[in-house]
Write a protein that binds this ligand. Structure first.
Ligand SMILES: Nc1nc2c(ncn2[C@@H]2O[C@H](COP(=O)(O)OP(=O)(O)OP(=O)(O)O)[C@@H](O)[C@H]2O)c(=O)[nH]1
Ligand SMILES: [Mg+2]
Length: 460
């Protein structure tokens, strides 16, 4: 990625590829208006550089006498724009060719193609948002459920940043008090000061703990959990996937061995993104494809956070069921007896003895699917979640930085307790401040920025 070059003007297609009603070419930088002047012909022949900010204008994009597209052009002047620079957005027709031609023309007329995430990177480098907020933009784009979206929007609005800033301010106050005492070593740290410092550090310690307490849930909401449906052939695994998805995704037939490969989908169960996999039930492979499918299913089962083990309630347990029960002894397993709409022949007691929880459903008749969903949510939440609590932190980078901060605060408290030199305490607090600065991007390395923004799409 170009190193901090924010003096040139960048452009990119900001909308997704493929056919759509409208596509947007976005330009940002000091020459944005000049570039627009060169390529845009408004109905009244006025130049975009004369347009007021936050106004839209009808016209054409043209290369000399060649008209490329009929467009609407929007002007957003610095500093009140996404990047804090002059921005031009051109709403073209959504076909990839029209968009491509407009972009090419823009590039020929003085812009550089933007790197992934470079608009948001500029918003950060120009000081409109901090790094945690910039990362929230990416999370909003990637959000898989309403809850994940809500966390990201809160983060973009500054919920985490303002909490971190508040803690930062208190640490700076403490550092001031400490340094005053270090500068005048002959005057012992006053009793009042030391009490005040202790109190403030303890409060910060608790606040950091509260934030970290939300991180486990936060990560689940952000990244989701991996679940796998397994069971011998024909028990109704694909029917269950379809029931959970509320659509016919996986092929269901009365024939055993219908699903020959793993099928992966994302479902939203009470706000948690669950990446759910329907596996092939095959036990005796007939060919190489089936052999590979079995290997794949096994790998999924080994990696899964949650295993949904399915049985056919209308049949007696077979040695295939027994083999699976033996294989899957993990804690996060839900045993499900399917086909309860049929006469039940299964030895239920045998299953109950092995698993804490056994749920009866009918995937075909959509019976008790809601019970299964609640059971999944309970397992994930460990029965402890409260939806009303704002979830502050979900990003691993932030979580690590907060953990390090907390460790240093604990060390500072320890040093104070043991009456060690105040310089040690001050150093811990300085280091703690450094980690908080990392979260906000007050301190950053080029590598970190590259890592964060390269995950973005071009045009954002
Ligand atoms: N009566 C009844 N039939 C069901 C139920 N769930 C699934 N079935 C039927 O069982 C048969 C097998 O269902 P699938 O969902 O294909 O089973 P599977 O476990 O994916 O099978 P494989 O992919 O072959 O391993 C189909 O005929 C389904 O309609 C149920 O709850 N009740
Ligand atoms: Mg199947």
């Amino acid at each position: 990625m170009v190193k901090h070059d924010i003096n040139d003007t960048i452009a990119a297609i900001a909308t997704g590829v493929g056919e759509s009603g409208i596509g947007i070419v976005r330009i940002s930088g000091k020459d944005a208006l000049a570039v627009a002047d060169r390529i845009f012909v408004s109905r009244d022949r006025k130049n975009p550089s004369t347009f007021k900010t936050y106004t839209t204008h009808y016209g054409w994009v043209a290369a000399g006498s060649k008209v490329i597209d009929e467009v609407i052009l929007t002007v957003m002047r610095a500093p009140k724009s996404y990047t804090k620079e002059d921005i031009i957005e051109i709403n073209c027709h959504g076909g990839i060719l029209a968009l491509r031609e407009v972009l090419d023309l823009v590039l020929e007329n003085g812009c550089r193609l933007a790197e992934p995430g470079e608009f948001t990177k500029r918003a950060f480098l120009n000081g409109r948002i901090d790094l945690a907020q910039a990362e929230a933009v990416l999370d909003i784009i990637h959000a898989k459920t309403d809850s994940a979206l809500k966390i990201s929007i809160e983060q973009l609005r500054g919920a985490l940043s303002s909490q971190i800033n508040k803690i930062r301010k208190v640490l700076l106050d403490i550092l001031g008090l400490l340094e005053a005492n270090i500068d005048f070593p002959e005057e012992e740290i006053s009793h009042i000061n030391s009490k005040e410092i202790l109190q403030k550090l303890n409060t910060i310690n608790n606040e950091l703990k509260d934030i970290l307490d939300t991180s486990k849930q936060g990560r689940i909401f952000r990244e989701g959990i991996n679940a796998v449906i397994c069971g011998k052939p024909n028990v109704g695994k694909s029917s269950l996937l379809n029931a959970l998805l509320k659509q016919e995704r996986s092929i269901v037939t009365p024939l055993a061995g219908t699903t020959r490969d793993t099928i992966e989908e994302i479902i939203d169960i009470k706000g948690i993104p669950i990446i759910i996999v329907d596996t092939a039930g095959i036990i005796e492979p007939r060919d190489l494809i089936e052999k590979k499918a079995i290997q794949r299913s096994r790998r999924y089962i080994d990696l899964a956070d949650l295993v949904i083990l399915l049985f056919d309630g209308s049949k007696r347990l077979t040695k295939e069921d027994e083999a699976l029960m033996k294989r899957i002894k993990r804690k996060n397993t839900l045993a499900i007896i399917n086909k309860i709409d049929l006469k039940q022949n299964i030895e239920k007691g045998r299953i109950q003895r092995r698993f804490n929880q056994v749920i009866n459903i009918s995937a075909k008749k959509l019976k008790n699917i809601d019970l299964l969903e609640s059971a999944i949510a309970n397992l994930v939440y460990n029965g402890k979640i409260s939806h009303s609590e704002p979830i502050m932190v979900s990003n691993l980078r932030h979580i690590e930085a907060i953990k390090r901060t907390q460790k240093l605060i604990a060390e500072a408290l320890n040093s104070l307790d043991n009456k060690l030199s105040l310089e040690f305490v001050a150093q811990d607090i300085k280091d703690a401040l450094g980690h908080l600065d990392d979260i906000l991007g007050r301190r950053f390395s080029e590598d970190l920025l590259d890592k964060i923004f390269s995950d973005f799409c071009i045009g954002k």
